[in-house]
Design a protein around this ligand. Structure first.
Ligand code: 4GY
Length: 244
């Protein structure tokens, strides 16, 4: 996955990209992210990136020229771009979108808005797609860009330890996780379930499947409705339901 992040606050994104799994993905060459400071593409002596809104009202609006200049510069190296603006006005981000972006061959360009927003001609003129990470308002597009990149990057084969990527292929097969435990086996009387200490791999597999189905049934029944269940799963689900 190749992306550019256009931002007025480069440190908001570099701090996320320079740690842990996203850092490793870049070192392995599986993820290529460039951070572009929009201010570097201003041409006036005051390096102006925002201005007063036409029609009046509070706050500032991000100007079109530096953003277009930055995108033109990217285009001269990479002509095939998919331009994304994170905004509450977009279609809601989810696992299926993450899969789609993780497989995108074009370079992804995230234009991060701030203040009252971006001049509407940026969206229109660049043919940008709007993606929302949920129904709430943030102070800028940097955090949503990082949420989207993080969710897509972990789906790139080789980014996580395991190569078991088919497991994540579709939201249709999505169950909530089974609970995880690590040492110690007894913490002040709170014990790890016996089966996990048993070494019986078949029993452990069945217990985990049961826990995942139970978790999903209680916490996200809407997900279970959409899922194709195996015969074993249906049996487990009936047992779970009987206990309520
Ligand atoms: N929610 N999902 C979101 C957001 C902040 C003003 C434009 C969201 O994606 N983005 O709240 N973004 C606004 C702030 C400029 C972006």
């Amino acid at each position: 996955m190749r992306c550019d992040i256009l931002t007025l606050f480069p440190k908001m994104v570099s701090s996320v990209l320079e740690e842990s799994i996203l850092k490793r993905a870049q070192e392995k060459g599986l993820l290529d992210v460039r951070i572009i400071n929009i201010r570097d593409y201003t041409t006036d002596k005051h390096k102006m990136v925002d201005d007063y809104p036409y029609g009046g009202g509070a706050g500032m609006v991000m100007k079109i020229e530096p953003i277009f200049n930055a995108v033109d510069a990217i285009k001269s190296d990479y002509p095939e771009l998919r331009i994304i603006i994170a905004s509450p006005q977009g279609i809601t981000f989810n696992h299926n979108k993450a899969v789609e972006l993780s497989r995108e061959k074009r370079r992804l360009v995230f234009v991060c808005g701030h203040y009252e927003g971006i001049d509407e001609r940026v969206r229109l003129g660049l043919g940008a797609e709007e993606i929302s990470i949920g129904d709430y308002i943030l102070t800028g597009g940097e955090l949503p860009a990082m949420v989207i990149i993080d969710a897509a990057a972990r789906l790139i084969p080789g980014v996580l330890g395991d190569e078991d990527s088919a497991r994540h292929d579709s939201f249709a097969d999505f169950l909530l996780d089974y609970p995880q435990y690590t040492r110690p086996p007894d913490y002040k009387g709170m014990n790890v379930p016996e089966v996990l200490l048993s070494g019986n791999h078949e029993e452990i597999r069945k217990w985990r499947r049961m826990q995942a189905i139970k978790n999903t049934y209680y916490k996200r029944p809407d997900l279970l409705e959409k899922m194709k269940l195996t015969d074993e799963d249906k049996k487990i689900l009936n047992e779970v339901k009987k206990k309520t």
